[in-house]
Structure formats: structure tokens, C-alpha cells
Design a protein around this ligand. Structure first.
Ligand code: 5RP
Length: 221
């Protein structure tokens, strides 16, 4: 099975978590694109979606799925999104596509976070994938120095601006043994908008695409 087939398989499996006649939260990335395409098949059974990126919103609209502003949505039973890395505790590194801030906001609102990944994303320890940190442009150098103090090598994502008009530092070389603690610590650096650790609000269930099929891994509480 190709990686795309694994992604397609989990995207399809996520449909059964979508709640009928409600708004569904939709993340961003290539796995989510397969989910959006699958969602088109049941669009008559949902009220619409909120999207974590302009790209996802465009794709939803092309399929004729109504896209709501999050501020106008009072109830969001489910959020479906991918990850760049995920552990068995369902802590994640996200933001490879740069949509981490909006993803984190929608994840916070949602009652249930369904993470969809191919098998390559499951790791024992987070950090091999460089941790994306969204920063206010004037804080770029300062936050970079703060990351260096934490033994990480920040690399500015060249030619990239987030949907919020900010910059991304991809922070290499971290071995993240306590994701909730590091998430909180990095959030406290002035100028950091969001960091790509999703641990304090991790996923509730992981749908992992493996050659043998989709494995559902619920969070251990
Ligand atoms: C974007 C994200 C994506 O969920 C993450 O990058 C995974 O993307 P893909 O499904 O393309 O591997 O966090 O900001």
C-alpha cells in the first residue's frame, strides 16, 4: 500500500466519527485533504464545517460544503486533523503545513479530536520532526535565541507567512520527554503565538493507517 492509500483509508474511517446534522472541525494537510474529499460524499448529512486553513476552506467550498466562521459556532462535537508526529499517549507535533494556531484553536473548542495518520507518524518520542513555532515577526530573533538556549536549532521557514501573517521557526534537535511541560514553557516566551506541541489538548482517538487496515487507538486516561 502506498502512503497515499494509507491516508485515504484513515480519512474514510474518520467519517464514522462525524456527527450528523452538526458542524465538523476540519484541520489541514494532505491527509485532511483526503478527509475533505470523503466528507463530500456525506455533505447532505452535516450542517457544514469550520476549517483550520484557507486551503482547507477552499477545498471544502469546492465540494459544496458550507464553511462557518468559528465565532458563529456554539457546538463542535468533532475535530478531524492529521499530525506530523504522534505518540501512544496521543501527544502530537503539528504545524508542518503552518496552520498550527488555527488548528489549536479549533481543537480547543471541539469535544472530540480525531487524529488521522499513516503509520509513519507514530513515534516513541516527539522531536525528530522539527517543532514549528509561530512567532510575531518582530520577535523572530529573540525567540530564536530562546530556542538556542534550549539546545534547539531554529530555522526560519523561508518565504512562508502563516494565514495570520506571522513567521514559522522550525526548531530542530529537540528530544521532547515531557510534551505538556514544554508546550506550556514555549507558550510563555514573549512573541510566540503558538507552538506545534499538541499535548495539553491532545487527540482523543488516533486512527492509524497500517497496511493491515485502520487501527483505532483511544487515549489512555
Ligand atoms: C498542518 C498540520 C498537518 O496536520 C500535519 O502537517 C500533517 O500533514 P500531512 O497530513 O500532510 O502529513 O499540522 O499544520
Amino acid at each position: 500500500m502506498t502512503q497515499d492509500e494509507l491516508k485515504q483509508q484513515v480519512a474514510q474511517a474518520a467519517l464514522k466519527h462525524v456527527v450528523e446534522d452538526k458542524v465538523v472541525g476540519v484541520g489541514s494537510g494532505s491527509t485532511v485533504n483526503f478527509f475533505i474529499d470523503a466528507l463530500a460524499g456525506i455533505k447532505g448529512r452535516i450542517e457544514g464545517a469550520v476549517a483550520a486553513s484557507e486551503a482547507s476552506a477552499e477545498r471544502l467550498k469546492k465540494h459544496g460544503i458550507r464553511v462557518f466562521d468559528l465565532n458563529g459556532v456554539s457546538e463542535l462535537p468533532v475535530y478531524v486533523d492529521g499530525a506530523d508526529e504522534i505518540t501512544e499517549h496521543l501527544h502530537m507535533v503539528k504545524g508542518g503545513g503552518g496552520a498550527l494556531t488555527r488548528e489549536k484553536i479549533i481543537a480547543a473548542v471541539a469535544a472530540k479530536f480525531v487524529c488521522i495518520c499513516d503509520a509513519s507518524k507514530l513515534v516513541p518520542v516527539l522531536g525528530k520532526f522539527p517543532l514549528p513555532v509561530e512567532v510575531i515577526p518582530m520577535a523572530r530573533s529573540y525567540v530564536g535565541r530562546e530556542m538556542l538556549r534550549r539546545k534547539s536549532q531554529p530555522v526560519l521557514r523561508e518565504g512562508f507567512k502563516t494565514d495570520n501573517g506571522n513567521l514559522i521557526l522550525d526548531c530542530h534537535g529537540l528530544t521532547i520527554l515531557d510534551p505538556p511541560a514544554l508546550e506550556a514553557e514555549l507558550n510563555n516566551i514573549p512573541g510566540v503565538v503558538t507552538n506545534g506541541l499538541f499535548a495539553r489538548r491532545g487527540a482523543d482517538i488516533l486512527l492509524l493507517g497500517e497496511p493491515a487496515g485502520v487501527r483505532a487507538i483511544p487515549v489512555k486516561r
